[in-house]
Design a protein around this ligand. Structure first.
Ligand code: UFG
Length: 338
C-alpha cells in the first residue's frame, strides 16, 4: 500500500512511518513542520534504511495538498495533522477549530476528488469526556468534552461518520488513543515538546535529566488505589502498529469503525513515577499539589474491539515505556534541536 501521512513528522506520525515501512508499505509524509523538525527525516532513514518522501505543505492548503494527490496515487490516508495542546486550545479556541477542522475537510475533499477512499483518523479518548464508568467502550455516548481540543476531535469524528453515511464505498477508522508515551527503541526518535511539557512522561524525563527541578503530582485525593490519577499508558510503537493494522483492515472493509487503542490497564501517576525510578535507576523528586482543573480520576480502555477487528493488541509493558522514553531523552537532551 502507498499511504499519505498527514502530520507524519510528529511524535505518533514518525513512529507510524517506521512501522508502515517495516511492514512493507510505502509512505509519503505531508507536514508543514509547525510542531515538528525536519531533523526527524534523517533519523527515519537511518532506522528504515530507505529514503523518506516528504512534502512540505499545510494540509489545510487545498492547492498545495492537491499537488501531492496529483503527484502520487494513494491507497489510504492516515490523518495526524492538527494542534494538540489541551491548555492552549482553551486560550486559542478559534485557531484550534479553524486548523483542526480545516485540515480534515481539505484532506477529505482531496480524497474525494482523487478517488482515495480509505482514511484512518487520529482521535482521542478525550472524546469520551467525563464518563466515570470504566473501561471505556466505543459504544458509550460521550459525556461531552472539557476543552476545545477535545471538541475538535469529537467534531472530526462526526464529520467522518457523516461522510461514511454519504459515501458508503469509503472505509474509515476513527482510532481513539489513550495516553501514548515511550519512544522507538533506537532512542533516535521520540516526543519533542516545545517549552515546558504539559504531559506526564515528557515532564518526568525532563526532571530526570535535570532540566526541570521536580514533578508536581496533580492531586492525591482521587478515588484510585493510591489517590493519584489513573491512565491507560500505551507505548507509541504499539500505537503505531495499530495504525498499520487499521490500514490493512480498511483494504478489506467499507464503512466507519470507532476503535480504542489502549492496553486496557490503568496505572496511576505514582505507579509511573515508581516504575521510571526502578527501571532507569534514577531518583525523581516530586511534590503533591492540587488537582489540575479538568482532570478525571480514571481513564482506561476496553481494547477488545481492536483485537477482534484488527487482530491488534498492545504488547509492550510499562517498564518498556519508561526505559524507551528515558533512552530518547538522555540521548537527545534538547530533542531534535541538538
Ligand atoms: N500529571 C501530573 N503532573 C504533571 C502532568 C500530568 O500529575 O506534570 C497527571 C495528570 O493529572 C493525569 C496524568 O498525569 O492524572 C496524565 O496526564 P497527561 O497530561 O499526561 O495526560 P491526560 O490524560 O491529561 O491527557 C492525555 C492527552 C490528551 C488526551 C487525553 C485523552 O494529553 O491529548 O490524554 O484521554 F486528550
Amino acid at each position: 500500500m502507498r499511504i499519505l501521512l498527514s502530520g507524519g513528522a510528529g511524535f505518533i506520525g514518525s513512529h507510524t512511518y517506521v512501522e508502515l515501512i517495516n511492514a512493507g508499505h510505502e509512505a509519503v509524509i505531508v507536514d508543514n513542520l509547525y510542531n515538528a523538525s525536519d531533523r526527524v527525516f534523517q533519523r527515519l532513514e537511518a532506522i528504515t534504511g530507505k529514503p523518506v518522501v516528504f512534502c512540505n505543505a499545510d494540509v489545510a492548503d487545498k492547492a498545495a495538498l492537491s499537488e501531492v494527490f496529483q503527484k502520487y496515487s494513494f491507497d489510504a490516508v492516515i490523518h495526524f495533522a492538527g494542534y494538540k495542546a489541551v491548555g492552549e486550545s482553551v486560550v486559542k479556541p478559534l485557531e484550534y477549530y479553524r486548523n483542526n477542522l480545516d485540515t480534515t475537510l481539505t484532506l477529505c475533499e482531496c480524497m474525494r476528488e482523487y478517488g482515495v477512499k480509505r482514511i484512518v483518523f487520529s482521535s482521542s479518548a478525550t472524546v469520551y469526556g467525563m464518563i466515570e464508568t470504566m473501561p471505556l467502550v466505543e459504544t458509550m455516548t460521550s459525556a461531552g468534552c472539557t476543552n476545545p481540543y477535545g471538541w475538535t476531535k469529537y467534531m472530526n469524528e462526526r464529520i467522518l461518520l457523516d461522510a461514511a453515511q454519504a459515501m458508503p464505498d469509503w472505509s474509515i477508522a476513527l482510532l481513539r488513543y489513550f495516553n501514548p508515551i515511550g519512544a522507538h527503541e533506537s532512542g533516535t526518535i521520540g516526543e519533542d515538546p516545545v517549552g515546558i511539557p504539559n504531559n506526564l512522561m515528557p515532564y518526568i524525563t525532563q526532571v530526570a535529566s535535570g532540566k526541570l527541578d521536580h514533578l508536581s503530582v496533580f492531586g492525591d485525593d482521587y478515588n484510585t488505589h493510591d489517590g493519584t490519577g489513573v491512565r491507560d499508558y500505551i507505548h507509541v510503537v504499539d500505537l503505531a502498529k495499530g495504525h498499520v493494522a487499521a490500514c490493512e483492515y480498511l483494504m478489506e472493509h467499507q464503512g466507519a469503525e470507532i476503535i480504542n487503542l489502549g492496553t486496557g490497564v490503568g496505572y496511576s501517576v505514582l505507579d509511573l513515577v515508581n516504575a521510571f525510578q526502578r527501571v532507569n535507576n534514577i531518583e525523581l523528586p516530586y511534590v503533591i499539589v492540587d488537582r489540575r482543573p479538568g482532570d478525571i480520576a480514571t481513564c482506561y480502555a476496553d481494547p477488545a474491539k481492536a483485537k477482534e477487528l484488527l487482530g491488534w493488541q498492545a504488547e509492550k509493558t510499562l517498564d518498556d515505556m519508561c526505559r524507551d522514553a528515558w533512552r530518547w531523552q538522555s540521548q537527545n537532551p534538547n530533542g531534535y534541536r541538538d
